[in-house]
Structure formats: structure tokens, C-alpha cells
Write a protein that binds this ligand. Structure first.
Ligand SMILES: [Zn+2]
Length: 136
């Protein structure tokens, strides 16, 4: 079984459907809303496959109160919220955000007199352990 992503242009809707390759080549995709044949949607150029959130394995973003059970739900959300973007940890913009944040943390730690960020973390861990030791 393969997860196919479909797009119905008249409904302006993205959806997922799970079916066999044979079933797909025989019947293609059908829009769940209007029942018309729909085209296969390749997202950002990647071929569709079995990946991304599923009803049995939802993507939950607790702090935002969001839950997605399919890739097309995410795309739909991104389409409705132009400012929002889902990033994976391999995404280059996430990488650069991570690197920038890390660099900031490094320079802040050095400004506080630590050798580097790692040094500050170790110090904080020791402090925490010391406090916990006093409490017990
Ligand atoms: Zn439709």
C-alpha cells in the first residue's frame, strides 16, 4: 500500500489516500469532497511515499495546540497560514536557525566568563546537583 497525495483543483483541496499501485493505476485518485478525479500531488517535488504523519501516528505540536494526521493537512495548514512553515531537523533553514542560536549561546556564555557554552552547561548541571544534594 502506498500513501498517495492528491489535489482537487476545483475544490482547491489536498488529500491523502492509501491504496495499492494497481488500484492507483486503474482508478487514479478521487476527490473525497466532490468525487471527481483528482491529480496526484507531488508537494515540493518529492515523490509521494509512505512517510509523514498518519492517523495512527499523528504529528502533535503541543505548544501550538496543533495535531496533523497527514502530510496534506500540514500543507493545507501552511497554505492557510502563510507565515507558518514546518521544518524538519534536516531542513537548511532550521540548520541555520540552530547554528545562529548556538552561536548566540556561545557568545553569551563567554560574556559570562565561561570557556564556552558546554562549560556553562556543565557549571549549571553541577549547581543543580549541589542544590539537590543539599535538599536531600
Ligand atoms: Zn473536489
Amino acid at each position: 500500500m502506498i500513501l498517495y497525495e492528491g489535489r482537487c483543483r476545483p475544490c482547491d483541496k489536498l488529500f491523502d489516500d492509501v491504496m495499492s499501485v494497481d488500484e492507483f493505476s486503474e482508478n487514479g485518485l478521487t476527490c473525497p469532497d466532490c468525487g471527481q478525479p483528482a491529480e496526484r500531488y507531488y508537494g515540493h517535488g518529492q515523490p509521494a511515499g509512505i512517510s509523514g504523519p498518519l492517523p495512527s501516528k499523528p504529528l502533535v505540536i503541543k505548544h501550538a495546540g496543533l495535531e496533523f494526521t497527514s502530510k496534506s493537512q500540514i500543507k493545507q495548514y501552511e497554505a492557510e497560514n502563510p507565515g507558518a512553515r514546518m521544518l524538519t531537523k534536516d531542513d537548511s533553514s532550521w540548520r541555520s536557525h540552530h547554528d545562529k542560536t548556538r552561536a548566540k549561546a556561545e557568545s553569551r556564555a563567554k560574556a559570562r566568563g565561561f570557556r564556552d557554552y558546554e562549560d556553562q552547561c556543565n557549571h549549571q548541571r553541577r549547581e543543580r546537583d549541589r542544590k539537590n544534594a543539599c535538599r536531600s
